[in-house]
Design a protein around this ligand. Structure first.
Ligand code: COA
Length: 320
């Protein structure tokens, strides 16, 4: 059997930091409210002119270096993003050019906050079926560009960043299993309603619209189910999981998933405090942080999960 494994990780956050105190000067909010309801203390914001591809490039170079491979070794590029640089070409094609990777397939994947898990699933399948040997899988976003900075109910939640992994063919499973879901019936609860075909149909429609408490409840329920599904599919007990690497939307949502797994928060990789919700970038960024600071070690079993607009949600069980 042929499988894929994670060979290296990378992450990148733009230099500019926006704290809760900064936000309290922009909208009617307080540091206390934001920390209490979300866990977020600060977020990074892309500079004027700095794009999703710029962030993806930094994260990718770090992942390639960590994997000990060069651009010529990559035969597939998949970028999970809901904030591409252009309508087309895809951010993956722009990234391919920056990194001097040529010829292999490159495409973007749009599943909002679940984008990285969708991208990882697809890349894993390319490798398992022999269509690729080594893939660069990226989650990169500039959500600051689709946030309404006058709307206190959403602007406190998001930040910019990118995370990347290099995955390569292996004889034993690194990506053990992936589980993806979507249900478009919930599209109205979390969206940016403008687009190419629909165009802008009113003021503010180029910005995130969210029914916060409904999204919160749906996320907790969906992630609860995906934990059961992932454990059952692999005949595992909760105690087999070494680390939870969750999507970083809200500490309370993450704590509910940790409770479901009977995992202490010391076994949960938390970056929401410093990064806020970076959508598709949040899971690979969290993974990279915990790999680089030595918490996650080779051989450990990781449960990655995410939930986002669509709704989309998913998980990956990874033997690191
Ligand atoms: N500062 C101060 N008050 C705020 C505020 C802010 N930044 N944002 C909202 N409020 C107010 C609301 O206006 C409301 O006031 P009211 O009771 O007078 O109407 C009150 O706080 C409670 O709002 P509510 O939306 O019920 O709060 P909540 O406990 O549900 O928390 C979220 C709001 C957004 C933090 C929470 O719902 C959430 O995290 N949802 C999921 C978001 C998410 O994960 N999205 C991405 C999925 S990938």
């Amino acid at each position: 059997m042929r499988y894929s494994r994670i060979a290296g990780t990378g992450g990148y956050l733009p230099e500019r930091v926006l704290t809760n105190a900064d936000l309290a000067r922009m909208v009617d909010t307080t540091d206390e409210w934001i920390v209490d309801r979300t866990g977020v203390r600060k977020r990074h914001i892309a500079a004027e002119g700095e794009t999703t591809c710029d962030l993806a490039e930094h994260a990718s170079r770090r992942a390639l270096e960590a994997a000990g491979v060069g651009p010529g070794d990559i035969d597939l590029v998949v970028v999970g993003t809901a904030t591409p640089d252009m309508i087309f070409p895809s951010t993956a094609c722009l990234l391919q050019e920056r990194l001097d990777i040529h010829d292999g397939p490159a495409f973007d994947l749009q599943a909002v906050c679940t984008g990285f898990l969708y991208a990882l699933d697809i890349a894993d399948k390319f490798i398992r079926t022999g269509s690729a040997d080594r893939a660069l899988v990226v989650g990169a976003e500039t959500f600051s560009r689709i946030v309404d900075w006058t709307d206190r109910s959403t602007c406190v939640l998001f930040g910019d960043g990118a995370g990347a992994v290099v995955i390569e063919a292996a004889e034993v499973p690194g990506i053990v299993s992936t589980h993806l879901h979507a249900d478009g019936r919930y599209q109205s609860l979390l969206n940016v309603p403008s687009g190419v075909s629909r165009r802008c149909d009113g003021a503010g429609s180029g910005y995130i619209q969210m029914a916060g408490s409904e999204v919160f409840r749906a996320a907790v329920k969906a992630l609860d189910r995906i934990v059961d599904e992932t454990l059952a599919a692999n005949r595992l007990a909760k105690t087999d999981i070494d680390w939870l690497v969750p999507h970083q939307a809200n500490t309370r949502i993450i704590a509910a998933t940790a409770k479901k797994l009977d995992l202490p928060m010391s076994r949960v990789v938390l970056t929401v405090e410093d990064h806020a919700n970076t959508s598709a970038a949040s899971v690979p960024l969290a993974l990279d942080c915990a790999v680089r600071d030595g918490r996650i070690r080779r051989g450990e079993l990781l449960l990655l999960e995410a939930f986002g607009g669509g709704f989309t949600w998913g998980s990956a069980l990874v033997r690191y």
